[in-house]
Design a protein around this ligand. Structure first.
Ligand SMILES: CC(C)(COP(=O)(O)OP(=O)(O)OC[C@H]1O[C@@H](n2cnc3c(N)ncnc32)[C@H](O)[C@@H]1OP(=O)(O)O)[C@@H](O)C(=O)NCCC(=O)NCCS
Length: 198
């Protein structure tokens, strides 16, 4: 969706990042008090080098700078991900080139417990259900099968490969690109249980 402010309903212009709750997680807008926890987890090559924009090394002032620019655009929602009150990662959606891009990371000590999948599903529901994006895109380095798996578990479909700049390596790298449109999301959400009658 192209978010030109003239065509936007007042509801979106008044939009403010909500608090989202999942079974195990809380997603809320980042606050200044979060910067130390964000820097501690993001300052890890395994995280930074798999995202497009996190620099490495990553310090508290990088987190402060990021927060100063976060949640400023119409159609954007940036969240920290909390588990029992502890910050474990971040995720977000923002308008890009006529559509919307999602991004996410989880701190290494919290990997492989299904947290990214749970948070990204909440992010997707919010992006389609509340912000009303028509389609979402995402990228994962070709060397990152875990992120690919997260996207596939969330209904994203592979659309191709491109070269993208990765800030932490100060270079470009091939990224698998994925897309999920509103129709597929709605269909997956409506896919109820089947009961065997006889
Ligand atoms: C990608 C990332 C967010 C995943 O977080 P996570 O909380 O560990 O992910 P989940 O536990 O929800 O799901 C991981 C899935 O990958 C699978 N997996 C783990 N290692 C794998 C491997 N080597 N190959 C393929 N799949 C793998 C897990 O089994 C799980 O799938 P399953 O539920 O079907 O078993 C995390 O690794 C991360 O932050 N990486 C660095 C930043 C990044 O890559 N961000 C995404 C691109 S913007």
């Amino acid at each position: 969706m192209t978010l030109s402010t003239q065509s936007l309903p007042q509801r979106l212009l008044d939009y403010c990042v909500p608090v989202l709750e999942t079974e195990r997680l809380v997603l809320r807008a980042p606050r200044l008090a979060d910067v130390k926890a964000i820097a501690r987890l993001a300052n890890d090559r395994r995280v930074a080098e798999n995202t497009a924009r996190i620099p490495y090394p990553y310090h508290v002032d990088d987190a402060e700078q990021f927060l100063a620019g976060a949640n400023r655009q119409v159609g954007e929602a940036t969240f920290v991900i909390l588990r029992e009150g502890e910050l474990i990662g971040m995720c977000g959606v923002e308008p890009r080139e006529g559509t919307a891009e999602i991004g996410y990371w989880i701190g290494v000590p919290h990997w492989n417990r299904g947290y990214a999948t749970e948070a990204v599903r909440a992010l997707i529901d919010h992006a389609f259900g509340d912000i009303e994006h028509d389609a979402l895109q995402a990228g994962a380095r070709v060397s990152n099968p875990v992120s690919r798996r997260v996207l596939e578990k969330c209904g994203f479909q592979w659309t191709g490969v491109g070269l993208y700049r990765i800030r932490a390596i100060n270079s470009s790298a091939p990224l698998d690109r994925f897309r999920l449109d509103r129709g597929l999301w709605a269909s997956l959400k409506a896919w109820g249980r089947v009961r065997e009658m006889a």
